[in-house]
Design a protein around this ligand. Structure first.
Ligand code: PMP
Length: 446
């Protein structure tokens, strides 16, 4: 398998030949919060695949739901006014679970195309109300919104721009709210004030609020290194957008479905966005699916305006019945106790990680619920990042792997945690203990 992989399989690209040097690690099976590789070693999956297997592995009710739907009706398009029962019921259920008037749901295959869809919908909205000149989009540095052209342009990670002609000329960024490394310091009100000023300055640069269509935010920045905004940041930026007639889009692709505690992280700040994107935990990784949730206000404007014009936007696999049936079974598990367990285990995870704060390599511990990170430094006072050459992320990843733990080691020296919500106390304790061992080994032999 390793040789076939090297010869033929192009992986999601982090560094073009990175995986080839290390050799692929083939995962063979999973159960609960653990995965077993092709050599028979079982590891705790501290990252739930790619922050997506929230319900955990081997959930029979999900498998049954998929099999039942495949037998009965494997496919139905949403075009030509057709539909299927699981998709319709799932849309209604998401509308019920989502905050406020996010009552209308558009299904995609994953997160990137959910983000792409919001960009179209935002433009349809601004055009439908006679404001086509509101066509500039703002997102946040360190943010991740997908790997498609439009999504990669909203993403603010340089690797996703390299050689790709993005960001597009209507895509702009403001600096991150990063608490640990913010030039204005760690005080919440100073960071919030700085972000508001930076947002207003950016709006000025692009020609004023009459030009700005939407602002994109992750409730917690995931791929940028699990950056948790200070309390009140989201609510303040949401209000500012409302005051300036700019749509507020919450990208909950990672934070949705219990990852931070509640069903959606917007609830942590009591805010209702105009549009919300979800994916990952929606189907818990069993099959692909994403969705856009749209407020009733935005929907009515589009439906009354652009809705009458010939606008094309859709995917062959939009509202896929098998994915929808899987999502319904996944939601049953979340509502049947997994969210509660995730909240309990999230506290245990954060307490455990905070217990590592005294380790000489640990500069910062942060997170909310089952979404957390530790940031490694060589000097805790100066907050000096680990030199990439001395402790390459791949080496830390491999060490953790050898210790029986899957984590994400970001090239910046951040270790990311997003375990399945079904973790037991023993799983969480193993994550902490194996992290400590990995850190000790890294200290001894960087
Ligand atoms: N938005 C966010 C916040 C994400 O974390 C991701 C994926 N990591 C995406 C969008 C893109 O989702 P996908 O990989 O399913 O296209």
């Amino acid at each position: 398998l390793v040789e076939l992989d090297r010869a033929h399989l192009i992986h999601p690209v982090a560094s073009w030949r990175g995986h080839e040097a290390a050799g692929v690690r083939v995962l063979a099976s999973g159960k609960g919060a653990t995965v077993t590789d092709a050599t028979g070693r079982t590891l705790v999956d501290g990252f739930a695949g790619l922050w997506c297997v929230n319900a955990g592995y081997g959930q029979e009710t999900i498998v049954e739901a998929a099999a039942r739907q495949m037998r009965q009706l494997p496919y139905a398009t949403g075009y030509f006014s057709l539909g299927s029962e699981p998709a319709i019921r799932l849309a209604a259920r998401l509308a019920e679970l989502a905050p406020g008037d996010l009552d209308h749901v558009y299904f995609t295959l994953g997160g990137s195309d959910a983000v792409d869809s919001t960009v179209r919908f935002v433009r349809f909205y601004q055009q439908a109300r006679g404001k086509p000149e509101k066509d500039q989009f703002i997102s946040v540095a360190q943010g991740y919104h997908g790997s498609s052209t439009v999504g990669a342009g909203l993403t603010a990670l340089p690797a996703f721009h390299a050689g790709f002609g993005v960001p597009l000329d209507w895509q702009h960024k403001i600096p991150s709210h990063d608490v640990y490394r913010n030039p204005v310091g760690q005080d919440a009100s100073a960071i919030i004030a700085a972000s508001r000023d930076q947002f207003l300055a950016k709006i000025g640069e692009v020609g004023g609020a009459d030009r700005v269509a939407a602002f994109y935010v992750e409730p917690i920045q995931g791929s940028g290194g699990v950056l948790v905004p200070p309390a009140g940041w989201m609510a303040s930026m949401r209000q500012l957008c409302a005051d300036l007639d700019i749509l507020f889009v919450a990208d909950e692709v990672i934070t949705g479905f219990g990852r931070t505690g509640p069903m959606f992280a917007c609830a942590d700040e009591g805010i209702v966005p105009d549009l919300m994107t979800v994916a990952k935990g929606l189907t818990s990784g069993y099959v692909p699916m994403g969705a856009v949730l749209m407020s009733d206000r935005v929907y009515q404007v589009i439906a009354d305006g652009a809705g009458r014009a010939a606008v094309g936007h859709g995917y062959t696999y939009s509202a896929h019945p098998v994915s929808a049936a899987v999502a319904m079974a996944v939601l049953d598990l979340y509502e049947g106790g997994l969210l509660d367990n995730g909240r309990l285990m999230g506290e245990r995870l954060l307490t455990g990680l905070r217990g590592l704060a005294d380790h000489p390599l640990v500069g910062d511990v942060r997170g909310r619920g089952m979404l957390a990170a530790i940031e490694l430094v060589t000097d805790k006072i100066a907050r000096t990042p680990l030199p990439a050459a001395a402790a390459p992320a791949q080496r830390i990843f491999e060490r953790a792997w050898d210790n029986g733990l899957v984590i994400r080691a970001f090239p910046t020296g951040v270790l990311g945690y997003a375990p399945p919500l079904c973790c037991t106390a023993d799983d969480i304790d193993a994550i902490i203990e194996r992290t400590r061992k990995t850190l000790d080994q890294t200290l001894e032999d960087p």
